[in-house]
Design a protein around this ligand. Structure first.
Ligand code: ASP
Length: 347
């Protein structure tokens, strides 16, 4: 069969976000509007030789309101439509897009088709919108297949401002610029300029041979906390006493360092010995945690803090939610947090 001649199909899942918003003339605030309207704003979509299906969240939501139940909903929609479509484009607010992309990368095990998240900084109905460009190219990438019938991008990605990035490597970096996302610790998977130039094959996840396996249990018993100069014992103790808390992303200094206060190490050790998984993620936007590099890091390692390597906070949090939700014990969580499951860390 000549796979290049096959008419491809893409499912557009509209969750909400600026891309589909209009200005309320009375209050001046941006509010979501109907998806049909979005399609009217982009008549160019009809020029694609594709079958484009749509699914709309009702009501559409600002991504600041996203919770794990919404990720489950997106994963379910993809699972339900997996055989019918060649690719999926998820329109999503930019604020928490990196969390959703990271979560989906763990929830959609053995993904062999593109799942591309995109959105925009300016609503699609405005003159200078970045939304059209993002949407049109995301659809093109989601329907891009190799002559052998395999998807070019068999993974969850974010496409934004001409760049295709592995979803679980992204972070929102700007509330102002069209370049709203960065993948600081992993190269872009494609640049879309006059041509869409993909990175070489070895940058992508391998197309799995096993069928899609969707995981829908995401634990909520997790927390992110940042160290800062002057952090107090009562604050940390109160956090670790949170009922049912099972996983914590601890944002440390530099290459994974923490103040060498005895009380902090005691608090951490006690919590870890009682079953809490604590992952060490750097506050720096690039680079990795190396716990053997400084004495402060070695102490953390000795009491059982897990090295997060070069993972983003978004990926560390959602990976913990996933592993705890799947019922792994502490030992397995420690091992899997340091294993690349969906290309989220370099080890
Ligand atoms: N507040 C919006 C959202 O995340 C911002 C955006 O879409 O850019 O839904």
């Amino acid at each position: 069969m000549n796979y290049m001649l096959k008419k491809r199909s893409v499912l557009l899942i509209y969750t909400g976000g600026t891309i589909g918003m209009v200005e309320n003339k009375e209050t001046g605030t941006l509010e979501p509007f109907d998806f049909d309207h979005l399609l009217n704003e982009v008549p160019e979509l009809q020029q694609f030789n594709l079958n484009i299906g749509t699914y709309q969240f009702n009501p559409p939501i600002d991504s600041s309101d996203m919770v794990p139940d919404h990720w489950v909903k997106i994963a379910r929609i993809i699972n339900y439509n997996y055989q019918r479509y060649d690719g999926f484009v998820v329109l999503h607010g930019t604020d928490t897009m990196a969390y959703t992309a990271s979560a989906l990368s763990f929830m959609l095990e053995n993904l062999a088709k593109p799942v591309i998240l995109t959105g925009s900084q300016l609503p699609i109905g405005t003159l200078r919108t970045d939304g059209k460009e993002n949407l049109i190219t995301a659809i093109e990438i989601a329907s891009d297949y190799l002559p052998n019938g395999l998807a070019k991008v068999p993974e969850v990605c974010v496409f934004f401002d001409s760049q295709l990035m592995r979803g679980n490597r992204t972070t929102k970096i700007s509330a102002e610029y069209f370049q709203a996302f960065a993948s600081n610790n992993y190269p872009s998977l494609a640049h879309a300029n006059i041509h869409i130039r993909y990175a070489s094959e070895d940058h992508f996840l391998k197309t799995p041979e096993k069928p899609l396996n969707v995981h829908l249990n995401m634990s909520r018993d997790v927390f992110i906390f940042s160290l800062f100069p002057g952090i107090q014992e009562t604050q940390v103790r109160q956090l670790f006493n949170t009922p049912r808390l099972k996983g914590v992303v601890m944002r440390t200094f530099g290459s994974g360092n923490a103040p060498q206060k005895k009380w902090l190490l005691d608090c951490l050790k006690e919590a870890i010995d009682n079953g809490l998984s604590v992952v060490n993620v750097t506050q720096c936007s690039t680079g990795a945690v190396e716990m053997q590099r400084y004495e402060t890091g070695v102490h953390l390692s000795n009491i059982g803090v897990i090295c997060g390597h070069d993972i983003t906070v978004e990926a560390a949090l959602t990976k913990l939610m996933f592993l705890i939700g799947e019922g792994y014990n502490n030992k397995a969580i420690r091992k899997l947090m340091q294993t690349s499951l969906a290309g989220e860390i370099t080890v």
